[in-house]
Write a protein that binds this ligand. Structure first.
Ligand code: PXP
Length: 244
């Protein structure tokens, strides 16, 4: 039977364009509402420490405006945990964050940072916020995510998206599949994201325990050509075809 698969639309780069000129246009909240109308199943936004795209008031406005779940992507700092507890998103997706990086590079080192992460995760759980950890598909990190009480793991597809060699691609899809199956057996919901496009989404969508893909840069970029509505509808169709 076909598995159910949601599309989470990351609207960070609407804010990137807005911030390039200052002012209020284009508004990530307006884009989130359009995404919702186009069939997005959730909205993801990353409030970075340096506020380079999404800003504090965007997150609060998003939570108020949208009717679909808000996935609040954040570094595991006390500041962000405090904001998450005020915003009360559906899920907090903890990611590693380095100020100088262009985008989130690599997954969270859950095993190495267990003692640092555990109390932050507990604070969020006490507020009934679901915990999602953005990790590499490594057995060690998946087991650590289960041990620390994650509800969800989001598998990092960054390496997969950069590969061109067919053998390496096959091996990486197998690694992601094995990781997804292990997480599923350990009772966690499986998501994936980073670098997904029309031409590479199908093998990831087809992984059986996969329940959500979070996609941003490609969809916002493609909306310049297609409009956000068509970009999202096309991505959803490709996901549905892969699942079927
Ligand atoms: N998931 C996570 C955890 C991310 O950090 C990002 C990038 O912000 C995405 C998904 C979306 O990646 P992309 O913008 O490449 O689609």
């Amino acid at each position: 039977m076909a598995h159910s698969l949601r599309l989470g639309v990351n609207i960070d780069h609407v804010a990137t364009i807005r911030n390039a000129r200052g002012g209020a246009h284009p508004d990530p909240v307006t884009a989130a509402l359009l995404a919702q109308d186009a069939g997005a199943d959730g909205i993801t936004a990353h409030l970075r420490e340096d506020r380079r795209h999404i800003r504090d008031d965007d997150i609060f406005r998003l939570k108020d405006a949208i009717a679909i779940p808000l996935n609040f992507e954040m570094g595991a700092s006390d500041e962000m945990v405090g904001i998450a507890c005020d915003v009360m998103p559906n899920a907090a997706c903890l990611v590693p964050e380095r100020r100088e990086e262009i985008t989130t590079e690599g997954g969270l080192a859950v095993k190495d940072q267990y003692a640092y992460l555990a109390p932050k995760i507990q604070t969020l759980r006490d507020k009934q916020i679901r915990i999602s950890l953005f990790i590499e598909p490594s057995e060690m990190e998946i087991q650590a995510a289960a041990d620390i009480g994650a509800d969800i793991i989001e598998l990092h597809t960054g390496r997969y998206c950069h590969l061109t060699n067919p053998d390496e691609l096959t091996a990486e899809i197998a690694r992601l599949t094995k990781g997804a199956e292990l997480a599923d057996r350990l009772g966690m919901e499986v998501h994936a994201g980073h670098g997904l496009r029309f031409d590479n989404v199908a093998p990831i969508a087809a992984i059986e325990p996969m329940r959500e893909l979070n996609i941003g840069h490609f969809l916002i970029g493609s909306s310049v050509y297609l409009g956000l509505d068509q970009a999202i509808k096309t991505m959803k169709r490709l996901m549905e075809e892969a699942v079927a």
